[in-house]
Design a protein around this ligand. Sequence first.
Ligand SMILES: [Cu+2]
Length: 334
Amino acid sequence: MQHIVIVGILVIVMAVLTYFGLDSIGLMPVEASAQAVSIDWLWNWQVIAMSFLFALIVVPLVYSLVVFRRKKGETGDGEHIEGNTSLEIAWTVLPLFAVLAFAYMGAYSLGETNRVDPDAIEIRVKAQQFAWTFEYPEYGIVSTELHLPLNQQVVLKMESADVIHSFWVPEFRVKQDVVPGRVTEYRITPTLVGDYKVRCAELCGTSHAYMEAGVIVDTKGDYAAWIAEQAAIAAASQTPEGQGQILSVKYGCLGCHSIDGSKLTGPTWFGLYGSNVELDNGTSVVADDAFIKESILDPNASVVAGFPSPSVMPPYTLTDEEIANFIAYLKTLK
Ligand SMILES: [Cu+2]
């Protein structure tokens, strides 16, 4: 009897030490969503159960090894024990209740995680090898970063362009697969302002490890400002000037041409349109549509004074529409 009391006390002490030991390691990153609360609650009870079961097995085992080891000169057999009905009933019924309790807690936690807010903001997520894209359909915004407003439920409607990916932000706790051919949903209510990362949690190819994107939880005000800024950019890129600016970046023109008046490998574009350009053959020409077009399609036709001839600028075969967009952009640089 005395042994049972001692072992009982040791089990409790060991369980408490194990629990606080595990807890102090900080196994979980910060809790940054409303959904994380019930998941962490469930996880905490599992750690308690784990610590207790660990102690319940290890303490009696080690205690028996030490206290009941064979003493010097002892040669006889151990005492013969023939079953113990009440012990068997206990270790059948108690785990049954524990499992039922955890099933109930799991179902409750799942219900909390899936709770639908009818005012949830919808954001579309596209996953592909090996990048995430986020679309805010209400504002025509497409972004490689996911911005979320604080304390507001969002529902991500996720699609994959190729293989199975998985959307996982550890701080939000919830994880959801993104499967080709169907739209999966992910609901989250961020509760902590900060910079997080979504990682693909489904091995999806050679660069799977790099399939990450920024997830930024903003205050309501910062979120509105970001939306306004992105919506303005999205609207601007629809105009000819916007398209012209995009193509200047896309074709690398801005590596040689500045837009602020400074001289790089090529002349600046600042104030170029409509100005008088001196050529290296001594003549000068007005920088109008025809001159600009010729300079792009055939840079050697006329070389600007002060720059090496033949021109270091490679010829570009742009469409008439691209050239018109470029000229619209050039006109804004003054
Ligand atoms: Cu992936």
